[in-house]
Design a protein around this ligand. Structure first.
Ligand code: IMP
Ligand code: MG
Length: 192
């Protein structure tokens, strides 16, 4: 019988915070004009929130926008089709835009979003991806800022989900399903 899944930590809170701060500093070094952060929902919401605060700490004052794109259903396989579920509200023309996403995998989602905002007249569109999975790339796109280059495994936590679960975890990990020991799901960091 397969049983209770638990999460093995890949990147802990301190490692993530260090990378987020480093990305904010790199962005500040580029001296952006009329900086607009566009967070790609839902997976980037925690990364985008932490990055916005890290940007503040290095003297930036980004405006925040949100775009909700979908290329995944409730499972773990990409359908290959990108849909706009919710668009940005601000005018992006003439602005330096940072597209913030959780994972750059096939690149289809971010290539679509980058083209969209470029066509609308953004001064520049750069990509900040918390995780890069370069082995799975299909679209011709790379991230300008990367948190971690990630092994080719399905990850959850820090905003990322599997079937709508695990987004609330403060760290990034992968799901391990073991023989049922009769206990509730736990994470290997706290042992709870
Ligand atoms: P792609 O680059 O267009 O293939 O889309 C990547 C998106 O798929 C990410 O932004 C996530 O929303 C989702 N995704 C890809 N790999 C994972 C994973 O390991 N865990 C959770 N979501 C994932
Ligand atoms: Mg996503």
């Amino acid at each position: 019988m397969t049983g209770a899944p638990h999460i093995e930590v890949l990147y802990d809170e301190a490692e993530i915070a260090r990378r987020v701060e480093a990305i904010a500093r790199e962005i500040a070094d580029s001296e952006p004009v009329s900086l607009l952060v566009v967070a790609v929902l839902k997976g980037s919401f925690i990364f985008a929130a932490d990055l916005a605060r890290a940007m503040h700490d290095v003297g930036l004052a980004p405006e925040m926008e949100f775009i909700h794109l979908s290329s995944y259903g409730a499972g773990t396989k990409s359908s290959g089709e990108v849909k706009i579920l919710r668009d940005v509200e601000s005018d992006v023309s003439g602005r330096d835009v940072i597209l913030v996403d959780d994972i750059l995998e096939s690149g289809r989602t971010l290539a679509y979003a980058k083209d969209l905002l470029t066509d609308r007249g953004a001064r520049s569109v750069k990509v900040a991806a918390l995780l890069d999975k370069p082995h799975r790339r299909i679209a011709a796109i790379n991230a300008d800022y990367v948190g971690f280059t990630c092994p080719d495994r399905f990850v959850v936590g820090y905003g990322m989900d599997m079937g709508h679960k695990w987004r609330q975890l403060p760290f990034i990990g992968h799901v391990i399903v073991e023989e049922d020991d009769g206990r509730r799901p736990r994470d290997s960091k706290t042992g709870t």
